[in-house]
Design a binder for this molecule. Structure first.
Ligand code: GLY
Length: 370
């Protein structure tokens, strides 16, 4: 069964379809957005090898000409050079302004292809077909597109909403276990930030989600996207509530920066430990019951995600270095530290003016070096 969720953004509203077999039926779903039957498929070499025959076959069988723009796999592709490469190849293909770009991949390809779509010939339509759990529940919905700069991740980008998102659960069958667990970190984040009942459900059913049991997976992806769609519709450009989606991300980002944004600590793992830290920090500030921090940590750990600095190979970290990264976060305003903290499970809020000294003390209590 396919579920359709609407991201209510007025003239830029769009549907997110969640179900099985959506890749095979892609032509039917995409056709309403085609002015002529031509699409450019941006994907990395891994997705191209695993899944492009199905997508290209389905589109070509329906009379849609597909141009494959295959990019190297990995975060390095989300760069100025990667963006230039994609745009120049689209120009060489003579892709017209009325044509459609399809971002077929995980977060890297979604962000890169989405940004290319935002600026190619001053903007063309694009469709997201996310191939990782993380991209399905988070990055493919909401129109954040970006590349990285040597100064930091996602610093150059644009808000450019897709016209459609196809979240095909079948495609997750081939996802490596570690990627599945990483995506689950973003799922649990939704429960922690705004839906205590969903968190309760994840406490009981999280292992089934990670094991890809179809009903559990469909419920988890559906509820996550529903929450994301609702938040984005309310606050597209992150003037307020959308910032809650960054729960765990400031702590996590600091650890990613210290570990080189690579295989040592993947983004989802950083979000897992970051959510656990955000709850413990909230508890240490007297904002949230200690028992909720314990529950958050237990549920995150049950999925196989790290929750403590000591579990990371780069441990020990220096508290000052982590505080410095937090100060450079995109949410920081006028030099003040901004964190997403919690009053309890399902009740996160934006905390401005977090005291750097309190943060430093907390990190030292977590095992970081003074
Ligand atoms: N991933 C956070 C957001 O889309 O706002």
């Amino acid at each position: 069964m396919t579920r359709t969720l609407r991201v209510g953004l007025g003239g830029r509203a769009y549907d997110v379809l969640i179900g099985t077999g959506l890749v095979d039926a892609a032509a039917d779903h995409i056709r309403p957005f085609l002015k002529r039957p031509v699409v450019a498929l941006v994907m990395d070499e891994v997705v191209s090898g695993l899944h492009s025959p199905r997508l290209i076959g389905a589109l070509e069988a329906a009379g849609v000409t597909t141009h494959a723009v295959v990019v190297p796999a990995g975060e390095e592709t989300k760069s100025w050079a990667g963006l230039e490469d994609v745009c120049e190849r689209l120009l060489a293909l003579e892709l017209e302004r009325g044509d459609l770009i399809v971002a077929f991949g995980g977060g890297v390809v979604g962000d890169l292809a989405g940004f290319a779509a935002a600026i190619y010939k001053r903007g063309v339509d694009f469709v997201q077909i996310p191939t990782t759990l993380l991209a399905q529940v988070d990055s493919s919905v909401g129109g954040k597109t970006a590349i990285d700069s040597p100064h930091g991740k996602n610093l150059i980008g644009a808000f450019h909403q897709p016209r459609l998102v196809l979240a095909d659960l079948c495609i997750l069958d081939t996802l490596p276990e570690r990627e599945m667990v990483c995506g689950y970190a973003e799922v649990i984040k939704y429960g922690l930030l705004g839906d205590a009942a969903f968190f309760d459900w994840l406490e009981a059913n999280g292992p089934k989600v990670v094991a890809r049991e179809p009903d559990a997976l469909a419920h988890a992806v559906g509820r996550s996207i529903e929450m994301k769609a609702e938040i984005v519709a309310e606050d597209e450009r992150e003037a307020g509530r959308r910032a809650l989606l960054n729960l765990g991300h400031t702590f996590g980002h600091a650890l990613e920066a210290e570990t080189g944004f690579g295989e040592a600590l993947k983004h989802g793992e950083a979000v897992g430990i970051g959510c656990a830290q955000a709850f413990r920090f909230s508890a240490s500030l007297g904002l949230c019951p200690g028992q909720d921090a314990v529950r958050a940590e237990r549920a995150i750990a049950a999925a196989g995600l790290p929750t403590r600095l000591q579990q990371l190979s780069a441990h020990p970290f220096r508290a000052d270095a982590l505080v410095r990264h937090a100060a450079q976060d995109k949410k920081a305003e006028g030099g003040a530290l901004t964190f997403i903290l919690a009053r309890g499970i399902g009740d996160a809020f934006v905390a401005r003016n977090v005291d750097p000294a309190a943060l430093r003390d907390f990190l030292i209590s977590e095992g970081a070096l003074a």
